[in-house]
Design a protein around this ligand. Structure first.
Ligand SMILES: [Zn+2]
Length: 459
């Protein structure tokens, strides 16, 4: 045990987990809900009574480190595959594939070619005999490997949260003819829409938007209670990314640096993707000194920590704007959006949260952070599905589970150090006492008395 604690400590894990010796219960249905653009600190900045009630009965992960680029499609595909964008191939809202010469845009996304570099959980779970369901989750209406989820619904912004939820619960419940879905994914486009429109710093407008989002969580819980699913379903509520405040004072005009004839633009802001039309070095040099709040990268020099290099759909030059800055083409002073995302995934403003509740989760447990790619192996574990190769790990999420016993490493280490110190002190004291005893007169030592009497008794 001591060895395990020390290994865990050296590995830098925050907690240690061991699986309890309880028999594995049969998996229960799993519902994954995404509230698009829910920045982690909205939880502290706005009252969210329903969401709070939900995670207080389960687990709250305060911040999720999501994947770069911090856009909707890349992150939604990462949640259901456990892969970084470079590995699943959905790299941005606008893409160009240099082999097929095809263009991708989020409003025209159903060509399977873009999605087939990975297999989402709603397909993998089918191989285990499960029914699956997806409600407007990005990519879920695409036929990947000739399959879709058992039930799916293409994106339609006119369908209310309540209507989406009613369908999802019906799919999970099943009926006389069809077994219920064991995995369901539900997408909702708020608070992303309001975040873009008003900016995350607009307290009043975001307060309204988040009140509505929280009421939807209230609806979710009451629907699950009404249908008898509450208590026998695991629910994950999460998001794809956060939101940063933008400003017309923070515009980066590409046209100020180089003429458009020099490049073909694939994506613009806050991560621009460019293909140089001629001499790449000359184009890069101009972009490299273009603006103090924009970093230019040649594809091969994109930092490893971004995991955004090894894919043919990543263009030769990437421009990354600093938080809250907007890249524009043209001499415009007009800000396209008051709030935006896509920035560096190390920024807290880009991070979403995770709330988990249900029979498989601990109650009233809080974790400060987790990687969003860890959600996939966690979901596979909950469903007893073998995860496909992925960039996440269950190790970091284990302590969220009710079946695990976890120790807080700093606490355990301080206890171990305390016990060792106490043992050392006792040993030292004991040794001191012994040495005192041995240095004094020995009670049964024979004394030599110089006596003329040759008394043999004293010899
Ligand atoms: Zn958005």
């Amino acid at each position: 045990m001591l060895f395990k604690i020390l290994v865990g400590f050296l590995c830098g894990t925050a907690v240690l987990a061991t699986e309890n010796n309880t028999t594995h219960a049969a998996p229960v249905p799993l519902l994954l809900v995404s509230l698009d653009g829910f920045r982690a600190d909205y939880l502290q900045r706005f009252p969210m009574p329903n969401l709070q009630l939900l995670y207080r009965q389960g687990v709250l992960v305060e911040q999720l480190t999501n994947v770069f680029i911090t856009k909707t499609f890349p992150n939604h595909y990462s949640l259901v595959t456990g892969l970084y964008a470079e590995s699943h191939g959905i790299l941005a809202s606008n893409m160009y594939d240099p082999v097929s010469h095809k263009h991708f845009h989020v409003s025209n996304d159903t060509d399977p070619m873009w999605w087939s570099e990975a297999q989402p959980l709603w397909l993998t779970a089918l191989d285990y005999g499960y029914k699956t369901a997806t409600m407007m989750w990005p990519g879920s209406d695409v036929i990947i490997g000739n399959r879709t989820a058992t039930h799916f619904s293409p994106y339609n912004s006119h369908v209310t949260f309540q209507q989406r939820l009613a369908n999802v619960t019906n799919w999970i419940l099943g009926n006389d003819k069809e077994q219920g879905a064991m995995f369901a994914a539900l997408y909702w486009e708020e608070p992303d829409r309001s975040g873009h429109l008003y900016g995350p710093d607009n307290k009043e407008a975001m307060g309204e938007a988040l009140k509505a989002v929280d009421e939807n969580i209230g609806l979710l819980v009451s629907e699950l209670k009404q249908t008898g699913l509450w208590g026998r379903i695991n629910v994950l509520v999460t998001s794809d990314h956060g939101m940063a405040q933008c400003s017309a004072e923070r515009l980066i005009r590409l046209d100020d640096c180089l003429h458009r004839d020099n490049y073909t633009l694939v994506d613009l802001t806050p991560v621009a993707a460019l293909i140089p039309n001629h001499d790449p070095t000359a184009v890069f040099d101009l972009l490299n000194k273009c603006h103090a709040h924009m970093t230019a990268y040649l594809k091969k020099a994109i930092p490893e920590r971004l995991h955004y290099q090894n894919n043919k759909r990543i263009q030769p030059i990437i421009l990354l704007a600093d938080e809250g800055w907007t890249i524009v083409q043209g001499k415009t002073d007009k800000l396209p959006r008051l709030g935006d995302h896509g920035y560096d995934n190390s920024l807290p403003s880009m991070h979403p949260f995770l709330a988990a509740t249900g029979p498989s989760f601990r109650q009233g447990y809080q974790v400060s952070s987790l990687q969003s790619v860890d959600i996939y192996p966690l979901m596979c574990h909950l469903l007893s599905v073998q995860p496909r190769p992925n960039n996440g790990t269950l190790t970091r999420a284990r302590c969220m589970l009710a079946s695990e016993s976890c120790w807080d490493v700093p606490l355990v280490v301080s206890l171990v150090v305390g016990v060792l110190l106490a043992l050392t002190t006792i040993t030292l004291l004991f040794r001191m006492l012994r040495s005192r005893q041995t240095s004094g007169p020995r009670p049964f030592q024979r004394l030599h008395i110089d006596d003329d009497d040759d008394d043999p008794l004293l010899e």
